[in-house]
Structure formats: C-alpha cells, structure tokens
Write a protein that binds this ligand. Structure first.
Ligand SMILES: [Zn+2]
Length: 367
C-alpha cells in the first residue's frame, strides 16, 4: 500500500528569500510546500541591520523587509520572523528598543566573511564584550548563529579531525553560554557530530535547525563529479557527522532539533573563480526531509515514526519561537514527484535535486 500521511502546516525557521523582482516567487515556493510561517534571513543587500525604517543609516530595517515580504507574498504567511543582522553598529539600546517594539524577535550572528553576503559580521565574542548579547538575553531575543569559526585558513578549515564548525562549538559558543545561561540560542544548519553533541548536552534554551541536504548527503556526494549545487555553508561533512544528525532528528525524545531548510536561491550558482554557497529547496523541502528520515532508517509507514517526523517538521521549531500552530494540513505521499526548475521574474532557479542530476524525488506533496 502507498504510504501517505497528513501533517499540519509547518514553519521553515531558516530560509533566504533575497530581494528584488523574484522575492514573491521565492515566497510563494515556500507557501506551496505548506509553510505557514517562515524565518527570513537578513543577509540582503544592504543587510537588514536596523529596526525601523526611520532609524538612520543605509541599512535595511526589519520593519521595511517585513513590509516587502508581506506585499510580495500576498500576505500568505501567518507569521514571518526577520532576525536583525548583527553588525558593528548594533547596540544594546537598539536591542532593547527593538524588543519593546515587537519587531525584534531574533538576531543573527554571521561570522565575518563567512558566507554569502556575510561581510558585515563581527567576531562572536565582540557581542559579549559590548553587551549586545546581554541585552538580548534580558529582552528575550533569540540568537541565531551561523556556527563557524571565522578567519580559518589552511587545513583547519576542513580536515578529517577538525573544521570551522567543530572549532566554533568546541571553543567559541560555550563561552557565550557560560556567560549568559538564559540566552536562547539556535545553532543553525548544523553539520557535525560536535555541534549535535553540544546541543544535546546544553540546556533547554538551546535548539538547532537541520537542513535536508545535511541529512541526505556527505562530502563525497559533493566531491564526486564536483556537484556544486550541493555547495553550501557549512559544508556537508562525513558519514559519522550525518549519522549524528540523523540520530538526533529521528530520536523519539527529540525536542531540540527542528526544520530550517537554509533554502537559498542563486541565479548564478557558479562563476569563473568560485561558487555561491546555498542549496535551493523551495517547493520540495518536506519531501526531502521525508527522504532523509527514511534513509536514516526511520520507516514512515509506521504511525509512531510519522509522529517523530511531525515533531521535527511542524512542532519543535514553532514551540522554540513561541509561534501559534496552524490548523491547515497537507499530505506527503510516497510516490515519485518530478522536480522542475522554479521560474521567477528574473532567471529560473535550479532546485538541489536537479543540480545533482535527479529529475525525480521519492516523495510527493499535496497542499
Ligand atoms: Zn542561511
């Protein structure tokens, strides 16, 4: 019998929608896969690094980007969170005022020059020194972290025994947690056993997002044939790391790991001298997560496993961010679905499976 089950609408708590004419296309691609809430990342150009439109300077504001998203999406989402991009201009007073206004619910740490449009970030511990993190802890603003140590070059950036994420979760983030045990932190798009272990042993105030690609693939998949559509940051890692992620998300007692696709559309993924980081999984993320669960040995024909999947996709993340749940439902069915490029007002965008040469995925969705 064909496996099919129903789920409540889910929240993608880490996604990139960019800006410009295709913004609405990217937002609709999320609505089409049963998202009722999204967390829209602030690494636009310029970055979303102030609260109100009327605040000074050239950066974009949370208020303005929320307006753009509402308008471009036709207001389809029940809730949209836009985190503040932490820069050298962020102050504790901004955090307090932003939290009071209701617009500031999360703030994003990017390692300086760590990934696409991440040129404004400052070293993590500078926000401890200037009391920005303290203000966030006191105002209940969640810290979203891109957890990679900045400025690492040479073999330590990616090696069998260490890498930028490993160093970050071993040496850097524990100092923030020790200093501010009440600060809510989301370890975003984690890729290593080190990060998994860190989140598991930490208190209830710390959760983590996991992307479809990090559940499905290892660095071998990236390297064999140099499949650059799988190039994202942090990089896919080794089998033992993927196993740790798989164990974490399929654990029946999981209350810390949840969906955040890090879906990131690029019109020009590859250039003469490099590659833009990010995998586009709009319209197909629940299907890819289901595939990942099954490849992790979690048979989704069983009702108890469907419950574990539901917790990961639809419940744990919204609970972390205090979102109301949705009463709409969609269903996943284990019949193959054809994957198409997303047409946009700009160029077409290739979703990850097509970039890997797969024109079909094992699960289909009906919303
Ligand atoms: Zn991201």
């Amino acid at each position: 019998m064909t496996i099919s089950f129903s789920l409540p609408y889910w929240a993608d708590l880490h996604a990139h929608f960019r800006q410009g004419p295709a913004l609405g296309d990217f937002l609709r691609a999320h609505a089409e896969m049963g998202c009722y809430a999204v967390l829209a990342m602030p690494n636009t150009k310029p970055p979303v690094a102030k609260i109100l439109k009327s605040d000074g300077g050239d950066n974009w504001s949370i208020e303005g980007y929320l307006d753009d998203i509402k308008q471009a999406s036709g207001d389809v989402f029940d809730d949209v969170i836009v985190p503040l991009y932490l820069t050298k201009e962020t102050t504790p007073a901004m955090i307090e005022a932003g939290a009071k206004s209701g617009l500031l619910r999360a703030a994003k740490y990017y390692p300086p020059h760590g990934t696409t449009n991440a040129d404004f970030g400052q070293p993590l511990l500078s926000y401890l020194d200037n009391d920005v993190f303290k203000a966030m802890a006191e105002s209940g603003v969640t810290l979203c972290v891109h957890g990679e140590e900045h400025g690492i070059h040479g073999p330590d950036y990616f090696d069998r025994d260490t890498n930028a994420e490993d160093i970050f979760y071993r040496e850097r983030l524990p100092r923030v947690v020790d200093t501010l045990p009440d600060l809510n932190i989301i370890a975003e798009h984690i890729t290593t056993k080190t990060a998994c272990d860190f989140v598991i042993q930490a208190g209830d105030q710390i959760g983590a997002t996991v992307t479809p690609q990090h559940l499905l693939y290892t660095v071998s998949d990236l390297l064999q044939g140099l499949k650059y559509h799988l190039y994202c940051l942090p990089l896919v890692k080794f089998a033992r790391d993927r196993d740790a992620l798989r164990n974490a998300v399929t654990d029946p007692d999981n209350v810390k790991f949840f969906a955040g696709t890090d879906s990131a559309p690029h019109f020009d993924k590859v250039t003469e001298c490099g590659c833009a980081a990010g995998c586009f999984t709009g319209r197909i993320a629940p299907q890819l997560y289901a595939q990942g669960f099954e490849e992790a040995g979690c048979d989704l024909s069983s009702q108890s496993n469907q419950e574990i999947f539901k917790k990961f996709l639809c419940e744990t993340g919204p609970a972390f961010y205090g979102l109301k749940s949705s009463d709409k439902t969609f269903s996943l069915t284990k019949t193959p679905q054809k994957v198409d490029a997303l047409p946009t007002a700009d160029k077409d965008v290739l979703p990850l499976p097509l970039g890997l040469g797969q024109s079909e995925i094992p699960w289909s969705i009906s919303v």
